[in-house]
Design a protein around this ligand. Structure first.
Ligand SMILES: Cc1ncc(COP(=O)(O)O)c(C=O)c1O
Length: 368
């Protein structure tokens, strides 16, 4: 028998994140030719055409390494947000920035407070660094209980992670609540404010996390190009943080972490206001179309400020399998710490119609 590899003690116990099932996998496994994917909160109208064009013209230079200093993309971000370039850290998706933050801040035994349910990557990355995640349940309306979170903060707390709109519930933290929380949070606690879905929010009193970074609260505001800009496959996310913390994060950044094509695509997408607006308008319109479809089917749903909706089905794993056989991929809540529920990405009108038809067909198989 071979010797057990001397890996770090945390490694064998990590639960790898289960992403949405890829379309090709369903085609392969079930032999269905037309598959609709409403599982990973991707953009239903596709990537920004400006980004696609920019990538096409950059293809002939992929024999060269990317710009590790990310000069052009930082400049584009700086112009877009009207803040100095020194505030940005850019990652191979926002998930890479979450990883960098944990690497920079956490020592074994450190505590991190997050909500439950929330984006599962936080837990995995905290545990990978030997930290301990303390999960505070959402309240009965599926919103953050920031008072309870604040009460959990102790000298052992290194970090608090807030996700707004929260994945998988689509609920938001309002401006006043966030301000009170930040003002009362002790300065040794670093706050991650994950705003991956902020572009889909319709409510007025939604705070812009960047403002609080500029007011020098110890925090990072996370954004991604994967959602509203439709660049999930090319991988670009970024954080806005104090210049000092940006330098620390940069110390652990993998060399050439963002490909040349990704940097080019992101810089172009940021200038594509037409695609941005078109995406938001479609999501907002289709959100209400899905709400009325769910109401007709007597399905309970959580009102969302994002591009996905949680619905209650009963036996989510059974329902997930039945929908797969109908050619529709969604996310079973059992994979998102919300058993009984299913998370559905808001798609284009055609895909949403297919989803509602499939749901009507399989719903009675999902009852517990
Ligand atoms: C809450 C949240 N944050 C961050 C991300 C990561 O986005 P990306 O790594 O694609 O930039 C996701 C992706 O689904 C998410 O749901």
């Amino acid at each position: 028998m071979g010797e057990r590899p001397q890996v770090r003690p945390e490694i064998p116990f990590l639960n790898r994140y289960i992403p949405g099932k890829p379309i090709e996998e369903v085609v392969r496994e079930l032999g269905i030719s037309h598959v609709v994917k409403l599982a990973s909160n991707e953009n239903p109208i596709g990537p920004s055409p400006k980004a696609v064009q920019a990538v096409q013209s950059a293809l002939s230079r992929i024999h060269l390494y990317p710009d590790d200093g990310q000069f052009s993309l930082k400049k584009a971000l700086s112009e877009f947000h009207q803040i100095d370039e020194s505030h940005f850290i850019i990652g191979n998706g926002a998930v890479e920035i979450i990883r960098m933050i944990m690497e920079v801040f956490l020592e074994p035994g450190d505590e991190v407070i997050a909500a439950a349910p929330s984006f599962a990557i936080y837990k995995q990355d905290v545990r990978q660094m030997g930290g301990k995640l303390i999960e505070i349940p959402l309240d009965e309306t599926f919103h953050y209980d920031l008072e309870k979170m604040k009460k959990e903060v102790s000298l052992k707390t290194k970090m608090v992670v807030l996700c707004s709109p929260n994945n998988p519930t689509g609920t938001i933290i309002r401006k006043k609540e966030l301000e009170i929380f930040l003002q009362n949070c002790p300065p040794h606690v670093f706050v991650i404010l994950d705003e991956a879905y902020s572009d889909f929010v319709e409510e007025n009193d939604f705070p812009n996390g960047i403002q609080y970074v500029l007011k020098k609260f110890p925090m990072i505001a996370l954004r991604t190009l994967s959602k509203v800009y439709g660049l999930a496959g090319i991988r670009v996310g970024y954080g806005i943080v104090s210049p000092e913390t940006a330098l620390y994060l940069n110390q652990v950044r993998v060399l050439f972490n963002v490909s040349s094509l990704a940097q080019t695509a992101a810089a172009a997408a940021l200038t594509d206001q037409e695609h941005y607006q078109k995406t938001r308008e479609l999501i907002w319109k289709e959100k209400f179309f899905l709400y009325s479809g769910f109401e007709k089917l007597k399905i309970r749903y959580i009102s969302t400020q994002s591009n996905f909706i949680l619905i209650y089905v009963g036996n989510d794993l059974e329902c997930f399998q039945s929908l797969l056989r109908e050619g529709v991929i969604v996310r079973p809540g059992s994979q998102l710490s919300m058993p009984g529920w299913m998370r559905i990405t808001i798609g284009n009108h055609e895909d949403n119609l297919i989803l509602l038809e499939a749901l009507a067909k399989v719903l009675n198989q999902c009852k517990i």
